[in-house]
Design a protein around this ligand. Structure first.
Ligand SMILES: Cc1cc2nc3c(=O)[nH]c(=O)nc-3n(C[C@H](O)[C@H](O)[C@H](O)COP(=O)(O)OP(=O)(O)OC[C@H]3O[C@@H](n4cnc5c(N)ncnc54)[C@H](O)[C@@H]3O)c2cc1C
Length: 341
């Protein structure tokens, strides 16, 4: 019989499970129930009391690996923790969030347990056995994967299902002891990108995309890059949106053209960029060509503002297209948002 284990880890506060971990818990609860298989939840973190209580409603066995060594991500300690949890749970099917912390560890853990790992899983379902879906070739081909080898580790993409939420309670978690190897890596601190308007926020409700039009000559024959920056930054600040870009815009910095300085290739959406998941997206000054729009595959509701009534967005790629000057539209939107707050 299959035995499910959901591996989770705490967030930066150290007290709560990450949202992606709670999504993995939701997947585990649903699939264990569908397949009539026992479920265990494993937690890695310096302390696990509050985190364990947050999954009380799942009514499952909870195993924890705790201690200062597990307060921060590190391959040696995390791999040892996950291996110990898998052995204690005798897991055959392991769900885990595809966080940077676990994504780099779990293929190695699968190797130690002579199992197999699959990454970028976007959906799981019960067929004759467990079936996992993932996309290949830049989200063009969707495959459904079944495997006979066990344990089978599935790294679940964040944002693909609602996180587990149920009333908290008291959980009697079992502590699993781990024999750590010599730890050569000491975590001295975290260097993260500056927080600000340029931030890419995967959990934001809105994706705001800027295209090359923001840096092109406008009706008065002039480029208005400074004004463009102010409008975009103003909107991101009030809407708490994530910032995306077309390839043309981020490529311009290498061509000595007027650029939006807070953009980098990390912001690029599309075939050779990212494919984020946001409930809504607003594209501005972007033509909506196929290599760009393919990155919008998972954006729920798409709107675009372009001067060109024949742009790609007008050809069935946007739910709503505003044929308008984005400078004027965003100035008005910012004004309305400022009055609202
Ligand atoms: C192999 C390959 C891979 C690629 N991968 C990607 C990718 O991953 N991501 C990506 O984005 N592109 C990608 N591209 C490039 C893509 O095909 C387009 O060239 C690019 O998306 C165009 O960017 P853009 O729409 O911002 O610029 P443009 O095509 O220059 O369009 C600018 C738009 O802004 C509008 N505009 C100008 N001023 C205003 C205004 N005031 N108000 C409103 N609208 C205005 C114009 O009407 C125009 O429609 C790829 C191309 C290839 C060949």
């Amino acid at each position: 019989m299959e035995k499910f284990l959901v591996l989770t880890h705490v967030d930066e506060s150290g007290a709560a499970l990450t949202k992606a971990s709670l999504e993995a818990v939701a997947a585990g609860v649903e699939m264990a129930s569908a397949m009539g298989a026992p479920l265990t939840i494993g937690i890695v973190g310096a302390q696990s009391g509050a985190a364990a209580n947050s999954v009380a409603g799942a009514g499952t066995r909870v195993l924890t690996v705790t201690g200062e060594e597990f307060s921060q991500p590190r391959y040696a300690s995390d791999a040892a923790a996950c291996e110990a949890l898998c052995r204690a749970a005798e897991a055959t099917l392991v769900f885990a969030p595809a966080s940077s912390r676990f994504a780099r560890v779990l293929p190695g853990v699968a190797q130690r347990l002579t199992g197999v790992a699959d990454t970028h899983i976007t959906a799981v379902a019960k067929g004759e056995t467990l079936e996992a879906s993932r996309w290949f070739y830049r989200q063009r081909v969707e495959a459904v994967v079944r495997r006979e080898k066990r344990p089978w580790f599935l790294l679940l993409e964040a944002g693909t299902r609602a996180p587990w939420s149920a009333a908290e309670g008291q959980v009697q978690a079992e502590t699993i002891s781990v024999t750590l190897p010599a730890l050569r890596t000491q975590v001295k601190g975290v260097r993260a990108p500056q927080q600000g308007e340029q931030t890419i926020r995967p959990d934001a409700k809105l994706l705001f995309v800027a295209g090359a039009g923001w840096t092109k000559k406008q009706a008065d024959g002039q480029v208005h890059a400074v004004e463009a920056e102010e409008l975009i930054r103003g909107f991101l600040r009030s809407a708490d949106a994530s910032l995306g870009s077309s390839k043309s815009l981020v490529d311009q910095s290498g061509e000595n053209q007027a650029v939006l300085k807070f953009m980098s290739h990390l912001n690029q959406i599309g075939q050779t960029g990212s494919t984020p998941r946001h409930p809504k997206g607003l594209s501005t000054c972007c033509h909506g060509e196929e290599p760009h729009v393919v990155g919008w595959r998972f954006v729920g509701e798409r709107r675009a503002i372009s001067l060109d009534p024949n742009c790609g967005w007008a050809r069935g790629k946007a739910d709503v297209l505003y044929v308008a000057d984005a400078f004027k539209v965003m100035a008005k939107v910012n004004e309305l948002l400022a009055n609202k707050s």
